[in-house]
Ligand binder design. Structure first.
Ligand SMILES: Cc1cc2nc3c(=O)[nH]c(=O)nc-3n(C[C@H](O)[C@H](O)[C@H](O)COP(=O)(O)O)c2cc1C
Ligand SMILES: CCCCCCC(=O)C(=O)O
Length: 334
């Protein structure tokens, strides 16, 4: 049976497939995210007498499995139902969908699916506009605000340059940036700083989450600025090439944060064994990006649901087989 990624590659225009699959520079960080998981091995415990429990409680609510839908842009490039299909699948599988600010369906319509949503934000230099977008997300019922911190500029992605992929095609737009007839472009700014996080804390009651942390000092600073959760991520290798694999960065960040707030990791999570490895190394949950896109492109809502179902089944079995306690002692580097 062909993989969802193979179906997506066949079905999507090359420029769109490449946008989803590709990354920055030589794409070494894209590959390293997966390769780093493959270098880790497990040393299971036996006779622990503990049944696996996949449910997880996070500042933005509870999920029935520790696999959340990562924020990814432009779902209608993958499937006509776009983010509606993804959200319905997340709701059916009782997990959280983090909606990208660059979604192609407005947050209000996505919220009507009843899914547990968090909203991902690129802080815009126009803070008044940023605050209006945040206000929309909060009013729509989003339960957390995920501030992406790894994008002071947009990464250089050779596939997109080669394909001339710059923007959404006619008829599609970043609907969360629409005000009336005008859709503003997303801006990336190196001037975005911790002060912006402080301001956001004042204007929203949603718990603040900082996504894209790769250094333990920044993790500590995020907590100091009131972050309710820290997301270890190199943006799926799409921003800066040669960043270390997310899973390799996780332990020192988990140590830096300690018990203060939960930590998640994303990048290269493809199997239940990856999920369990991440949990053992200190993550409360993982985020999954491209596999969701491939499921969406291949079969819409059903495909996304199937991806989440596979993660659930594999994670449950891996958790049972790795046993208890699920901590660093069960992970080996080869
Ligand atoms: C096509 C695509 C679009 C993305 N869009 C966003 C985005 O809008 N905001 C964001 O914070 N991260 C974005 N990301 C990064 C993901 O949230 C996540 O960090 C990454 O995909 C995880 O790696 P994985 O794809 O290997 O699972 C995007 C990733 C992909 C692949
Ligand atoms: C011009 C809109 C860009 C949306 C950013 C999506 C993203 O983060 C990505 O990695 O791609």
């Amino acid at each position: 049976m062909p993989s969802y990624e193979a179906i997506a590659r066949q079905r999507l225009p090359k420029a769109h497939y490449d946008y989803f699959a590709g990354g920055a520079g030589d794409e070494s960080a894209v590959h390293e995210n997966e390769a780093a998981f493959a270098r880790l091995r497990l040393a299971p415990r036996v006779l622990g007498g503990v049944a696996p429990d996949l449910a997880v409680t996070l500042p933005g609510g509870r999920a029935s499995l520790p696999v959340l839908v990562a924020p990814t842009a432009f779902h209608r490039l993958a499937h006509p139902d776009g983010e509606l299909a993804t959200a319905r699948a997340a709701a059916a599988e009782d997990t959280v969908m983090i909606v990208s600010m660059a979604s192609t369906i407005p947050i209000e319509a996505i919220a009507e699916t009843g899914a547990t949503l968090w909203f991902q934000l690129y802080v815009q230099p126009d803070m008044a506009f940023t605050e209006r977008v945040v206000g929309r997300a909060e009013k729509a019922g989003c339960r957390a605000l995920v501030v992406t911190a790894d994008s002071p500029v947009f990464g250089i992605r050779p596939r997109d340059l080669h394909n001339g992929f710059r923007d959404l095609p006619e008829g599609l737009a970043c609907e969360n940036l629409r005000e009336g007839d005008v859709v503003r472009p997303i801006e990336f700014s190196p001037e975005i700083s911790w002060a912006h996080l402080d301001r956001l804390r004042e204007v929203t009651d949603m718990p603040l989450v900082v996504k894209g942390v790769t250094h333990p000092d920044d993790a500590r600073t995020a907590v100091g600025h009131g972050a309710a959760m820290v997301m270890v991520s190199n943006h799926g290798g799409r921003q800066l090439d040669r960043v270390a694999a997310a899973i390799d960065l996780l332990p020192e960040i988990a140590d830096a944060v300690g018990a203060a707030v939960p930590v998640t990791v994303d990048g290269g999570v493809r199997r239940g064994t990856d999920v369990v490895t991440a949990l053992a190394l200190g993550a409360r949950a993982v985020l999954v990006g491209r596999p969701i896109i491939w499921g969406l492109a291949a079969e819409g809502e059903r495909g996304v649901r199937e991806v989440l179902r596979r993660f659930r089944a594999e994670t449950e079995v891996a958790m049972a087989l790795v046993g208890a306690p699920l901590d660093r002692s069960v992970v080996r580097r080869c």
